[in-house]
Design a protein around this ligand. Sequence first.
Ligand code: NAP
Length: 331
Amino acid sequence: MPRQFILASRPAGWPTAENFALTEVPSAELDDGQVRVRNEFMSVDPYMRGRMNDVKSYVPPFEVGQPLEGAAVGSVTESRSPALAAGDLVLHNLGWRDEAVLDARHARRMPRVPGLSPSAYLGVLGMPTLTAYVGLLDIAEMKPGDVVYVSGAAGAVGSVAGQIAKLKGASTVIGSAGSEEKVRWLLQTGFDVAFSYKDGPVYEQLREAAPDGIDLYFDNVGADHLEAALSALRRGGRVAMCGAIANYNATEMPAGPRNRGLVITKRLTLRGFIVTDHQSRAASMTADVTGWLRDGKLKHAETVIDGLENAPGAFLALLRGANTGKMIVRL
Ligand SMILES: NC(=O)c1ccc[n+]([C@@H]2O[C@H](COP(=O)([O-])OP(=O)(O)OC[C@H]3O[C@@H](n4cnc5c(N)ncnc54)[C@H](OP(=O)(O)O)[C@@H]3O)[C@@H](O)[C@H]2O)c1
């Protein structure tokens, strides 16, 4: 019988395996217009931590006792829609399960590209890269010559944001991540300078990396990283407020940056965004990224965990930094 994960309970602070339960569900008959999809890869993403809380946000919370959701790619095995046929590869939002039954209009057919794993549609050709692209180019309005700092730089969004900055003419790209191994990988992917935030205060390491300051900060982390960036930003600097993963498991309201007065005195722009509002940029991102991949100009990594039963473990490991590049579960 196909299996799916439900939310067993809500976490307080750091989530644990007990918050997830694997259940079996009988295969449903298809209605007109529906397709059955055998999921091949599913995504675990930091935003799912927010959906485990009973809090209203830009996406509704997961419900206790109900199946989890998230991006997945798989093959259509049965179709009652003229739009899709058995064998089609599709991207949809019913991850966390072996088999998805859904309306064909909620599944997007994706091309099978020789040499490219379908998991690319969850990472380098998917939502995380669109986030990096929009955040850097539209939200923070990167200009050639900018000195750019990216936190969470060895993750799915950060690694691509840094490389796009370089490809679009940034003079220096600085990245921070949580281990020496990740720092080495960042330098191989084209970051000019990289440091581990576990080696010392971000403020000091960033000042050493950019003694003359930075023009643009792509924020995936918040907390001490944001504070350090506000100090390092030059007059008129810009920040893409993408994520604040350092706070996702906090049980109390986190303190704001103590130096936020600098936003005024340095005339900084801090701009938040949600990638789903920017689907209109997907075609442009796909065209650019396909070209960069073909020409070997963009490197990407995936950390792949096997087995649906290991999906909660993959999610928990993502929150603790076990991934380099995109965290993927292969079903
Ligand atoms: N605004 C949007 O629409 C949007 C869309 C997608 C993602 N995001 C945000 O973008 C950020 C990156 O997402 P992603 O999918 O690319 O995830 P990711 O970076 O691939 O994975 C999360 C990484 O966060 C790092 N991390 C965890 N706790 C940390 C802490 N306390 N301090 C510093 N780093 C920490 C870990 O790497 P280390 O080993 O380096 O610690 C971990 O590997 C997240 O904040 C996410 O919420 C926003």
